[in-house]
Ligand binder design. Sequence first.
Ligand SMILES: C=C(O[C@@H]1C=C(C(=O)O)C=C[C@H]1O)C(=O)O
Length: 477
Amino acid sequence: MTILPLDPTANPTPAALEDFLAQVQAAARQRGRAQLASISVEVEALDPLAVLESIFEPGERHFYVERPAEGLAVAGAEAVLAFEAKGPERFAAVQRFIDETLANTIAVGDLGASLTGPHFFAAFSFFAETEPGEAFAAASVFVPRWQVSQRAGRTVAVANLLIEAGSDLHALAARVWRAHGKFRAFDYSTPEFPVAAGAPDVAATLRDVGSDGFYQRSVARALEEIASGEFQKIVLARAKDLTAAAPLHPLRVLNGLRQRFGDCYSFSVANGRGQSFIGASPERLLRVQAQVLTTEALAGSAPRGATASEDAAVGGALLRSEKDLREHRAVLGSIVRRLRELSLVPEYPQRPVLRRFANVQHLHTPVRARLPDDVRVGEVLSRLYPTPAVGGTPRAAAVARIREHEAFPRGLYAGAIGWIDGRGDGEFFLGLRSALVEGATARLYAGAGIVAGSSPEQEFAEAEWKFRAMQEALLAP
Ligand SMILES: C=C(O[C@@H]1C=C(C(=O)O)C=C[C@H]1O)C(=O)O
């Protein structure tokens, strides 16, 4: 990425903007290929979710993620550039697309702050190949036309444009200028959306995907495979289909999720064809910031207690549960081993602690490592993913059985979702506690890790606590 030492706020006129675009166009002519121009400007406080909601159209592509506990929210919409890949090399293919694009990117603005410059929003499905008719490709990445983000109360608006040798700069400058004016004094009014506002949707139906007892039978079969030594751990999920009386608005559902799950990643990824994958995920896959990698093991689960003493007792039992500690160690051990394969030196505490969310509590161990300059986020992703938190151990043997034990294709459920920026920093979370929303229907997903000692009924119940977050958010007024 080339950074031009121009301050777009020092001389904020359409002519200055056109001048900058002319420099980018000169580079496009010289290099013989289109250049990405990226303009970042700090603006007055905006709520990125409200901005996205006010321009929401089911047919437009978008990416949204918010983690209120960290003061982080990012929205990006409309694709300037997009790329898809599949197969085992999909992480490398996406990283190559990003590197090539950045080699042809010219940016201006306050690029010292975080969440400035172009962001590549990416979603990787759980399996390296998808099935016909699925909503998302096995790997998809896009650069949005505009992006609004907030971190620690500071809001940045980014406009991205593709400039070709023959682009009409005057028209492009006028468009950015109009968008800039809009973000300076944002009008939050929202278009009409046919949602039954106010009353809870009593007409909604919710039913399990797969026949009665399918999940419990799958868990029983997986336990036999574990006993025969095929693998030690496998994650098996359930799905439920919800049909509402009126179309569901994914971003309004998100507003409920972010309020209730401040410590989770509340997200929405829209494919531009009317389907949005949304959720409130508790689990970071990785974050890379200034060459420091942060990841975590999150495995071993219990419900929340109704009173403080019941909650403490349930949490205490989880911290001592031999089965949950074994499950947790399998996840941690695999993360540590895979990071060492990249010659990293992971640091982590000896014992897990509890992480509590509104509906469920988990065993948690944070992991950190310094990342050498030449190791890219895509490389770490391809090494770490899928972690045994969503796949199993040993990885290949467990993952090979998942599809036959589950009644539906996973799509982005348990997938890797996040972004890589122009500095090579990035953040990815797992697509858990999630649903695929389309019109008035939604498919909800939740699963659990199966190890020796698991019981089919208990794992069914564990998924049920996890479903609760999305179920309540979707059915809320
Ligand atoms: C598989 C899911 O969650 C994962 C499985 C967990 C477990 O089995 O204890 C805990 C957290 C997640 O890593 C899910 O939410 O669908």
